[in-house]
Design a protein around this ligand. Structure first.
Ligand code: SF4
Length: 73
């Protein structure tokens, strides 16, 4: 899995509503950018546990703003 929304710049026009779910679910992978008021991926998941956390964030995102490449790793 490679979570897609990797930089504040790539997120500027996204549908993220700054609900805070992804950085609270997977804080080692998502963080909020204070300037744009949206969250983005700053570190891709590598282990199965990390992938599960990022999938949980993806599936919980209320605006479907987090994508993935579809890979299992
Ligand atoms: S879960 Fe979705 S809407 Fe909420 S902060 Fe993350 S990307 Fe934005």
């Amino acid at each position: 899995m490679r979570a897609l929304c990797e930089s504040p710049a790539s997120r500027a026009a996204s549908s993220c509503i700054d609900c805070g779910l992804c950085p609270s679910t997977a804080p080692s992978h998502f963080r909020r950018d204070d300037e744009i008021g949206q969250s983005f991926v700053f570190r891709q998941p590598e282990t199965a546990e990390e992938i599960a956390l990022c999938r949980e964030a993806l599936e919980g995102c209320p605006t479907e703003s987090i994508g993935e490449d579809g890979g299992d790793t």
